[in-house]
Unconditional design. Sequence first.
Length: 189
Amino acid sequence: MNQLTKEDIRSRVRACKSMLTHAERAAAAARVFDTVRSMAAFMVAHKILLYNSLPDEVSTREFMDSFASDPDKQFFLPRVNGLDLEILPYERSRVHLGAFHIEEPDGDDTVDISEIDLVIVPAVAYDRQGNRIGRGKGYYDRLLSRSSAVTIGVCYDFQLFDQIEPEEHDIPVHFVVADGHDVLRGRRR
């Protein structure tokens, strides 16, 4: 059987996402982030880089906001700056609609990726080894290539494939959490 191309995978995932109801999206996000909460990597992390989810992605908003008063967890969001991502502290009152219609943090108080303990990584799809297909711009691959933080990919079940052929520049994640699966151990180069 021929392996699916990245565009084939993107098309399949897009079609599946379009069929999800709001209730199904919310339930999947709750399952995914309940699992993330129980992971040792999350429990010991203090500085966590998360993505601000687009409407078709596993929602991160409720998860981030649930830790708003937790002094042991500090969340950060990425902001597009040219070809790279900057990292800034997350504060609900300090965001604006930025690149690609994603809410991005305001301010100049950027943080180096080396200060981050854990990165929760978005993707269009993952495989069982932690390989991922992003949206095609390479922002996270460039960021993760400079990071030693633990990485967790989160996704809907239909975003999980048996195998994705990585390209030379692709950076896999350590763990993948899909809403109906146990935690899958990926790998890092």
